[in-house]
Design a protein around this ligand. Structure first.
Ligand SMILES: NC(=O)c1ccc[n+]([C@@H]2O[C@H](COP(=O)([O-])OP(=O)(O)OC[C@H]3O[C@@H](n4cnc5c(N)ncnc54)[C@H](OP(=O)(O)O)[C@@H]3O)[C@@H](O)[C@H]2O)c1
Length: 236
């Protein structure tokens, strides 16, 4: 039977590329995004019918509850929720650090808690972590990623009795919609700076990261892992 994957944030760059790979492997996908125009563009790109997508704020518990209550159960859920931030523990505003942890960790924790009752036995949950950066210059983002990695380990044990696997994929800087507010010049500069920090001397492609998501969804024996698709940026 065709397995059904819900992609929260699936209208973004990693989401669309992951959906493309899953569709090619005969999975059914449903995309959730925050903006209707981006959902419609993603559905057009992937040739998806309108009922395989929804617009909602996935950080809002009431909207999430309402969504799950009106859907059949899913086999797999992938979350791309999270963002990026710059600034150290002293240099960044407390509110900025708090927001980064909220958007990355608590939004995904809430999602997991509300989604689990709607996941079929034998399915999976996959989160998006992140590699690279340093605590002194990306304080809240690093805490958020570390919290995701810790949550993966905990949830994988807690959900094992339901045969639900839990993993994360950890990309480093990748040219995605996350950076849509940068000018083309600033984006090129950022890409060059990141490439110089990555042992392989280049940034990854969106599809290389999407391969990681497709892998952890389709491989039924990978569990409790954070799969780094980051060119080895954190190697000493
Ligand atoms: N790109 C990188 O350099 C990089 C590096 C490390 C980690 N990451 C992680 O990758 C994830 C971002 O993915 P991306 O790079 O592909 O960015 P993206 O293209 O901006 O995609 C993000 C997606 O999430 C959706 N979204 C955000 N907040 C939402 C909410 N509250 N409710 C529903 N949908 C929401 C967006 O919908 P709309 O478009 O409608 O707003 C969009 O579809 C984050 O977790 C980020 O921390 C990215």
């Amino acid at each position: 039977m065709t397995e059904h994957v819900l992609l929260i944030g699936g209208t973004g760059s990693f989401g669309r590329a992951t959906a493309k790979r899953l569709l090619a492997a005969d999975y059914q996908v449903t995309l959730v995004g925050k903006h209707r125009d981006r959902l419609q563009a993603a559905q057009a790109e992937l040739h998806l019918p309108a009922d395989q997508g929804a617009v909602l704020d996935a950080a809002n518990g009431d909207q999430l509850r309402d969504f799950f209550d009106h859907q059949p159960a899913f086999d797999h859920l992938v979350s791309f929720l999270g963002g990026a931030m710059a600034g150290g523990f002293l240099s960044a505003d407390l509110a900025t650090i708090r927001r980064a942890v909220e958007d990355k960790f608590f939004a995904n924790l809430l999602l997991a808690r509300l989604a689990v009752p709607h996941l079929n036995c034998g399915g999976s949950l996959t989160f998006t972590s992140g590699s690279g950066g340093s605590p002194a210059t990306a304080s809240g983002a690093i805490i958020g990623n570390q919290a995701i990695n810790t949550m993966v380990a905990g949830l994988a044990r807690e959900l094992a009795p339901k045969k639900i696997r839990v993993n994360a994929v950890s990309p480093t800087w990748t040219p995605t919609g996350l950076w849509r507010d940068l000018s083309p010049r600033d984006r090129t500069v950022a890409e060059g700076q990141m490439a110089s920090q990555i042992p392989l001397g280049r940034v990854g492609t969106v599809d290389e990261v999407a391969q990681g998501f497709a892998f952890v969804i389709t491989n039924g024996f990978i569990n409790g892992q954070v799969v780094k698709i980051d060119g080895g940026i954190d190697l000493a």
